[in-house]
Design a protein around this ligand. Structure first.
Ligand code: NAP
Length: 414
């Protein structure tokens, strides 16, 4: 087999988030420096337009044309690189042939998928193949689920260092999150809603907190799940459901399962949004919970969903403006409690719009970590989570190059 010409190929380079990723890769790594990478997509003309908008010369940033529906072109793409990072979504509609090609060819792969039902299908179909070929597959390398998965990893590291034991109960609370949505994210969310409407059994699968854990590894532990407005005593504030907990909690549970329950056999984890104190906080939490429920209900009714897609939500290729992305940020608070009741508090922050500028930087560093830091001989093929495959190496990259911080916070009200 010939040596791949690239360390990394960014597939979906012309997507909304793919453009952000490519700009970041170019700024951070150059085109043909320590990490030799190429931009890929289905349209040569769009790729050329992207390359010139990035100010890169034809000789320095190679382009690869491949179609997500054409297996032969994906096999060629895999042969040209050691790692593929994909932003071609919704993954449930376009992602399977590429995961198959990577698993079969031993090519490492990471993406931005937050679609639990699709990730579960990929595990079922290709985990054994990836183990055999040596392909390391890492889903969820964006805002879902890096801050949650790496945030819990960081908290548990601090707990072991300071308290000598892991925290068996961890809560993540979104203190602040300012950012927008792109058409691709909305399309992915709407596709999940459509799949659930067409297959009611999927609802049960999505409700299982251990749905991404290896078969037979689910402990008999009931996981907390914030579904309505509640008062959280640990934070002294009202909380409301957080939409991304549906994927993040599954990834964190998979991390615990893959690491032989390093967080504890009875580990529990949940996520919610902090909505403030007193009566104002209670009203805000109730309104947020009701608004989210109404949005999900509208999404599940065909005509209402069509109206939302047509008149309200961004279209594929659209998303928050560069100025809005620069103004965005996030601040996530974690509290961990040990089995004997001791607590530790940490936070994870990001300096840009969580789903786009920050996601582009997190995905870029995760892909670089896969290409440059994770030795093939030491880390076998299979489906990993960000925390189990990257660990502290990714925390170092994120804090140094992505505007993401991981910190201990004093044990005071957040
Ligand atoms: N986890 C997170 O935090 C996070 C954050 C943001 C986005 N996302 C996810 O990332 C994905 C991309 O989002 P986005 O807003 O960037 O989407 P988008 O702008 O709608 O882009 C979708 C991309 O898919 C490409 N594509 C579609 N069919 C293809 C095919 N047959 N072959 C090759 N390429 C094909 C399109 O190519 P063309 O350019 O040629 O049309 C386009 O580049 C979505 O699944 C979204 O949910 C996740």
């Amino acid at each position: 087999m010939s040596t791949p010409s690239h360390d990394l190929v960014a597939f979906g380079a012309t997507s909304f988030v793919g453009k952000i990723l490519c700009r970041y890769l170019l700024e951070e790594f150059g085109a043909q420096g320590d990490m030799k990478w190429a931009a890929a997509g289905r349209s040569k003309a769009k790729l050329e337009e992207l390359r010139s908008s990035l100010g890169a010369k034809a000789g320095t940033l190679p382009l690869v044309v491949a179609d997500a529906a054409d297996e032969a072109s994906l096999r060629k793409l895999c042969a040209s690189t050691r790692v593929v990072v994909s932003t071609v979504g919704p993954y449930a509609l376009h992602g399977q042939p590429l995961v198959k090609a990577c698993a079969e060819s031993g090519t490492d792969y990471c993406d931005l998928s937050g679609e639990v039902q699709w990730i579960r299908r990929m595990l079922q179909h290709y985990e054994a193949t990836a183990r055999k070929s040596g392909a390391r597959i890492v889903h969820c390398c964006g805002f879902d689920s890096i801050p949650s998965d790496m945030g819990v990893h960081f908290l548990q590291r601090q707990a072991m260092k300071r308290l000598g034991v892991p925290c068996t109960r961890v809560k993540m609370r979104v203190k602040v999150m300012r950012g927008g949505f792109s058409g691709g994210t909305v399309a992915s969310l709407m596709n999940v809603v459509k799949e659930v409407a067409a297959d009611p059994a999927l609802r049960k699968e999505l409700a299982d907190p251990y749905s991404l854990c290896p078969a037979g590894s689910a402990p008999n532990v009931r996981q907390p799940d914030v579904r309505s407005a509640e008062f959280d005593v640990d934070f002294g504030a009202w909380i409301a459901p957080f939409v991304m907990s549906a994927i993040n909690t599954r990834i964190v549970q998979r991390t615990n399962a893959l690491s032989e329950q390093a967080y504890g056999a009875d580990f529990t984890y949940d996520e919610a949004m902090l909505m403030g104190r007193g009566v104002k906080g209670m009203f805000a939490a109730t309104a947020m919970a009701a608004g989210l429920a109404a949005f999900m209900l509208a999404g599940s009714i065909g005509p209402a969903r069509a109206a939302l897609e047509r008149f309200v939500l961004p279209k594929p290729g659209e998303g928050p403006s560069p100025a809005a992305q620069r103004k965005g940020f996030f601040d996530l608070r974690f509290v961990g409690t040990t089995a004997d009741g001791r607590q530790i508090r940490t936070k994870v922050t990001g300096d840009r719009d969580p789903g786009y500028s920050s996601t582009g930087k997190m995905l870029g560093q995760a892909a670089a970590c896969l290409a440059l830091d994770v030795d093939k001989a030491a880390t076998p093929g299979g489906f990993w989570t960000p925390a189990t495959i990257f660990g502290d190496r990714l925390i170092r990259r994120l804090t140094a190059h992505s505007g993401v911080t991981f910190e201990l916070v004093p044990d005071l009200p957040n």
